[in-house]
Design a protein around this ligand. Structure first.
Ligand SMILES: Nc1ncnc2c1ncn2[C@@H]1O[C@H](COP(=O)(O)OP(=O)(O)O)[C@@H](O)[C@H]1O
Ligand SMILES: Nc1ncnc2c1ncn2[C@H]1C[C@H](O)[C@@H](COP(=O)(O)O)O1
Length: 223
């Protein structure tokens, strides 16, 4: 029998946080995991052996980085499964292909052959009935200027050295991607509605909305 908390959020739930670089996914992941006493799954940035190289030469390293991220996210997926859920995940696996790989392919910084190989691998690993999708994808959104401010204030050098046009292209692609995404239930949060940096901000209203979304979608799946 699956237990739910006071907001109706099952303790085996898997919630993934999506959104463009710097929008606030890691911060939201920590806030929700603390409030729910859930485990976290973060993407590897600090010890990523390709990320710096990728930002200095997209053409040379985009395929390597995608394969690296895919392997890492799949390992995380296995860990989440082995624990039986109860996780907040920083970035969904769907963004790797729907945003990053596609953008580099479209822009010519990933060859058609490499993109085809990557897509094949992704589709045969992820887009199958054997791959459990999250209970909810929380999409963080805000204005481009606010996102850029956050990205600058976080201060990762390689991101700051990357032209603004790259972040604008990604921002626009995200808007388009989320409007067409239907692989799992989606809940949108505007970053201006919740100031998680303010210690007096409560995540209760977010938890309430999450509970409602998950209850509705699980009822729908059972019916
Ligand atoms: N709700 C918020 N209000 C103000 N600043 C925020 C908020 N959430 C995140 N930030 C800041 O924005 C920057 C990017 O946040 P982060 O969580 O690392 O984003 P992401 O994981 O999406 O790349 C960090 O400097 C963080 O402190
Ligand atoms: N799949 C990816 N391809 C290229 N770059 C990626 C991918 N996933 C994440 N990244 C980059 C973008 C950022 O520089 C860091 C971490 O992202 P964040 O949104 O800050 O968590 O990795």
């Amino acid at each position: 029998m699956i237990q739910t908390n006071s907001h109706g959020i099952p303790n085996d739930a898997v919630i993934t946080i999506a959104g463009t670089v710097g929008v606030g996914k890691s911060t939201m992941t920590n806030a929700l995991a603390n409030a729910l006493n859930f485990r976290t799954s973060f993407e590897k940035v600090e010890n990523n052996p390709y990320l710096d190289k990728f930002y200095s030469d997209f053409e040379r390293w985009s395929f390597h980085l995608q394969i690296y991220f895919l392997a890492e996210r799949f390992k995380e997926q296995k860990r989440i499964f082995e624990y039986g859920g109860g996780f907040i995940q920083d970035r969904s696996i769907y963004e790797d292909t729907g945003i990053f790989a596609k953008m580099h392919y479209d822009k010519g910084t990933m060859t058609p052959t490499d993109y085809g190989t990557y897509k094949n691998l992704f589709d045969s690993m992820v887009m199958t009935p054997y791959f459990p999708h999250p209970d909810l994808l929380i999409y963080l959104e805000g204005s481009f200027d606010d996102v850029l401010d956050r990205l600058q204030s976080r201060g990762r050098q390689m991101e700051q050295d990357t032209p603004i046009e790259y972040w604008k292209e990604m921002y626009d692609r995200y808007e388009n991607w989320i409007n067409n995404f239907n692989t799992c239930p989606v809940m949108r949060i505007n970053i201006n509605d919740y100031d998680l940096m303010n210690p007096n901000t409560s995540v209760e209203p977010i938890l309430e909305r999450i509970g409602e979304h998950i209850q509705t979608s699980r009822k729908y799946i059972k019916a």
